[in-house]
Every structure is written in C-alpha cells, then in structure tokens.
Design a protein around this ligand. Structure first.
Ligand code: FAD
Length: 550
C-alpha cells in the first residue's frame, strides 16, 4: 500500500488508530521528519502527525542554507559549528541534487563585523571544523579580486574579501524527502492532523495523543510508548497542554526574506554582507531569482500567521541597496517573500541575534520529550540524540539498530558526486528543450526532484495542454501520488517552491492545477472555490505588504 499517496488517507488513519506505536512524533517540520526517519530505520514503530502541511512551519521559511553558521564561530559556539559543519558534507552526500555546493563571498568593509586577520583565521577554523576538502578551502581576496568577483559591490570601503564554501538547499523539499523516506521504512506520517491533547495511563505517564483529522473532521486516538514534541515554535503550547511548561522557555524571533527577479540583482555568487545597523544579511542567487534575508526581530503575535510587513521589506531593500548601490531595488522589484519564526531558547539579557541556535531537549514528569532550538542543517544529529534517548528508555532497547541515517540516500538522490548531478542536468536540459519548455526548467526539476524528474517528464505524455501545462499537471500528479498533497497551496508552496521562486508561473497555471486537483479529490465547486481563495490570499500575503500591515 502506498501510504505517501494523497488518496490513501483512510488506510493511513486506520493504521494510526489501530497500532500500538513505539513512538509518536508531533510536528512535520525537518526536526520531526528527521526523528521519524531515524526511529523507523532503526526498527521502531513510528507515527508522525502534522497539523497543517509538512514543512509549513519554520522548515519552509529558512535562509535555505546547509551551513556551519560562520557567525556562531564569532559567538564561540565551537561545538555547534563543528557539528553543523560536518553535517553539511553528510547531507550533501545523501541528496546531492538538493543540497548543492554554493560559494559564498564575504566582503570585508571598513568598520564591518569581520576584520581581515580575524576572517582569515575564522574561515580557516570553519573549514577545519567542517572538514572541508583542500580544493574548497577558503581563499582570502584582495580588494581588487573581491570587486572582480562581484562587480555589483559598492566600491567605497571594501577592503578585501573571504571566499568560502557553503551549501544551498530547499528546506521544504528536504523535509518532504525525509518524510517520504521515513514512510518507506514503515513510519505512518500524516498531515492535516492536529494534536490537541495527550492521553495518560493510571500513573500519569503519557500513553498517546488525541488529534483532530482536519480533512475528514474526526477525532483520532493514537497510542504509543513515547511521545516526542517536535513542533518548533509551537513547542511551548504543547508543553503547556501537558502542564509541564516550567524552567526554560522559547523565545520567538521573526526572520523575513524577500525575492527579486535575478536580473534585478544579478549576483555572480552568494554574498554575506554587513548592513548599516551592524547585522549581516545574505543575498543568494537562485535560478530565475535572487533572495535577500534575513531580519531578526522579537515576535509576540500569532504563531499561526506570520506575515512579511512593509518595514521588513524596507529594511532588506535598504540593506541590499547599501551594499549594491547601483541596483536601486524598490518595492516594485519584490516578487515574493517569506516570514518565519526561529524557535530560540530564551537567554536573559541577550538580543535575538545573540541567543544560541543550539537545540535542547526537555523531559516532563509525564514523559513528554520536547526538542527545541537547533538548525535545519543539524536535523540528522538532533534526531539521533532524540531516538537514542527513546531507545535507552524502551524495554526492547536491544532490539533496535544503532543510527545509520548517514547511509540512507534520499529519494531522487542516487548520485555519487556533484558532477553526476551536473551530467544528469545536461541530459534533462535536452529533454526539456525537446518538449518546448524553457531551459530553466531543467535546473528547477533536477534540484527539486533529482532522478524522480524522469518519472515526471514521462508522465507529461498523458496530459493535454501546452508544454508548461503538461509539465505542471505531471508534477501535480507526481506529488499527489507520492507526496501527500491536499491543497493547491501544498503543491505551489512546499512541493514546488513556486510561491517564492516562480510566482508568475502560478498566475499562468493555477487554473489547470485547480481543475486537476478538484477532479482528483472529487471536490464540489464550493470547496474548489474556497481552495482557490486560500491560494489567492497566500499570494497576496507574500507579495503585497500594505495588505499584510492590516
Ligand atoms: P517547524 O518547521 O516549525 O516544524 C514544526 C511543525 O509542527 C510545524 O509544521 C507545525 O505546523 C507543527 N505543529 C505545531 N503544533 C502542532 C500540533 N499541535 N499538532 C501537530 N503538528 C503541530 N537553519 C539552517 O540550518 N540554515 C539556515 O539557513 C537557516 N535559516 C533560517 C532563517 C530563518 C529566518 C529562520 C526562522 C530559521 C532558520 N534556520 C536555518 C533554522 C531552521 O529553519 C529551523 O531550525 C528548523 O526549520 C526548525 O524545524 P522544526 O521542525 O523544529 O520546526
């Protein structure tokens, strides 16, 4: 039975409500996904429940870097840099199409965050901690070389630069691929199922969760020996429900990114640069766009509706215009945006930027295990720590394998090297062009789906319409079949990234997608209309900021 198909929800619900699980994971972001895969691959019976779509929380709103976090070195978080640094290479190996090497330029400027000597030593330590191979190690650049590498940089005040290796990813696709792999190992993962309470045994220990199935409006009682709360910014809500919100708490910091067409900020590589208020911001070229971020501001409004506001946009436009003064970016250039929340652990007297990004585990008297903080990059090691803890407490502990997720390639990721990915892309380019599609679609398809692209291109033959329509219908079919899409937004946002990186294509193609999805689920016209409205609202929220200030 294909439990990652959108159509198999009733079988999935039957399995969820009739199994005694070893572990329930609450939250389908990268943290929960990683835990589900780790646990299922070791032989535990696992359920994962996500209240909206997989990756709809912070895990689709990050800077999308798999990185050691250079700035954490400055804060002397050596352990964090070492772990995330070495993880970069591992996650790249598991999905070389999805976690791609990205050179980063760090311009050194007068009165900037980083000085020449400090950067040279810092980047060398960074490379050492991350075990970067010799060809990719940092290079220190003269002023002339820095300006030659990035002609759009301001000419005043640039003293030189550091040029070093990072990796770029798509956070939501990474989460989805990890979920799919967990399902392959037998995990029962469901989206649109919100945990609202826990069940306890006579001794007061957690014995399961009670959830609302938000698609078929029914209550689900699910039993398990252990429950992990991996709900990112929502972690304290569930700790409160468990009456165990004591001691350390979350501090939420909002981070916004804006997206402009590539031709408006045509950088030759990613740039990590100083902004006038003393912070640092990324500008990252990505196919047909360049994105700029992030802000870092304390957040106390609704966790369920985090919006980009005009002041966030102004801050990022100003930041970009101060480092790239010839481009004169303005509001009209902003095609899309996203706003996410960092679930940080509160530290007295520190600003949002200064608080640690390290993960922490809290265990309540009832046995609820909560994990908070951390980074996308470290998801595999965070999962290993949580599952080690669960296995240690489990009566059958000897029966489970040790962690081996470092040897489990993700779907579509069966490439040995980045060169294999590049060769495959050339092959796909030919196929794309022969189907009268823009060449851009080759890189889009390969970085989103890896080798799964073959199945999508093959499926195009079954559909009517122009080439772009056939492609999107094939993509929709693939994600309905294999990736539990339930709404047009799931498809346009978390499965394809089009809401952020190709919004104009949605305006051209949404009606075709809406028709197909309506037919697939046999929706009434009323239901289809309401889904279309949801899509329109989201498109407005990411691109019209006065609207977001209401
Ligand atoms: P989330 O992704 O938020 O997942 C939690 C999930 O739990 C949500 O999907 C939510 O819907 C679900 N949930 C909540 N309540 C319930 C419930 N009651 N029942 C069921 N489900 C529930 N890290 C990096 O490594 N690299 C970066 O470049 C980077 N950049 C960042 C930039 C920004 C602006 C931000 C905000 C973060 C960044 N991070 C980065 C950090 C990284 O994105 C997060 O650490 C990570 O995504 C957190 O994942 P998570 O699964 O813990 O939380």
């Amino acid at each position: 039975m294909n439990l990652s198909s959108s159509k198999n929800r009733s079988n999935l619900i039957h399995a969820l409500t009739s199994t005694d699980f070893d572990l329930i994971v609450i939250g389908g972001g990268i943290t929960g996904a990683g835990i589900a895969l780790d646990a299922a691959s070791r032989g535990l019976k696992v359920a994962l429940l996500e209240k909206k779509d997989f990756a709809s929380g912070t895990s689709s709103k990050s800077t999308k870097l798999i990185h050691g976090g250079l700035r954490y070195l400055k804060q002397l978080e050596i352990g964090l840099v070492r772990e995330t640094g070495t993880e970069r290479a591992t996650v790249h190996r598991l999905a070389p199409h999805l976690v791609v090497p990205e050179k980063m330029l760090l311009p050194l400027v007068e009165k900037g965050t980083y000085g020449k000597l400090g950067t040279s030593i810092g980047l060398a330590v960074y490379d050492f901690l991350a075990e970067v191979n010799s060809a990719d190690r940092r290079k220190m650049l003269s002023r002339e070389d820095t300006l030659a590498k990035e002609p759009l940089l301001k000419k005043d005040g640039v003293l030189g630069g550091g040029f070093y290796a990072e990796y770029r990813t798509d956070d939501a696709r990474l989460t989805i691929e990890v979920i799919k792999k967990a399902i392959e190992f037998g995990a029962n993962c469901i989206n649109y199922a919100e945990v609202y309470d826990f069940s306890y045994d006579e001794s007061g220990k957690i014995s399961g969760v009670i959830a609302n199935d938000l698609i078929d409006q029914q209550v689900l009682n699910i039993n398990a020996a252990f429950v992990v709360n991996a709900t990112g910014p929502w972690v304290d809500q569930l700790r409160k429900q468990d009456k165990s919100l004591k001691g350390k708490r979350l501090f939420l910091s909002k981070g916004v990114h804006i997206v402009v067409p590539y031709e408006r900020l045509p950088l030759k590589q990613s740039v990590y640069f100083d902004v006038p208020d003393g912070r640092m911001v990324f500008a990252i070229p990505r196919h047909r766009t360049t994105y700029i971020g992030t802000t870092d501001t304390p957040y106390e409004q609704s966790i369920d509706q985090v919006l980009t506001q005009q002041e966030d946009v102004n801050y990022l436009l100003q930041a970009a215009n101060s480092m790239f003064p010839d481009v004169h970016l303005s509001n009209e250039d902003v095609e899309s945006s996203w706003a996410g929340l960092r679930p940080l652990i509160y530290e007295e007297g520190k600003s949002a930027s200064q608080m640690s990004r390290k993960d922490e585990i809290f265990e309540s008297e009832s046995g609820l295990i909560s994990i908070a903080g951390g980074k996308l990059t470290g998801y595999r090691k965070m999962a290993e720590r949580i599952v080690n803890l669960v296995v240690k407490k489990h009566p059958k502990k000897e029966g489970f394998k040790p962690c081996y997720t470092n040897k489990i390639p993700l779907a579509g990721g069966h490439f040995k090297t980045s060169k294999d990915v590049a060769d495959y892309k050339v092959e796909i380019e030919k196929k794309v062009v022969s189907r009268q599609l823009a060449e851009y679609y080759a890189i889009y398809l390969v970085s989103n789906y890896g080798k799964q692209t073959d199945e999508i291109l093959e499926k195009m033959n079954d559909f009517e319409g122009n080439s772009e329509e056939k492609l999107i219908r094939a993509e929709l079919w693939f994600t309905l079949q294999h990736e539990m899409v339930h709404t047009p937004l799931d498809f346009f946002n978390r499965r394809t990234g089009r809401v952020y990186f190709n919004l104009p294509s949605i305006l051209r193609l949404s009606s075709v997608v809406l028709q197909d999805i309506q037919a697939y689920f046999n929706w009434s016209d009323e239901k289809a209309k309401s889904e279309e409205e949801h899509l329109q609202i989201e498109l407005q929220e990411v691109s019209e900021f006065d609207f977001a200030m209401r």
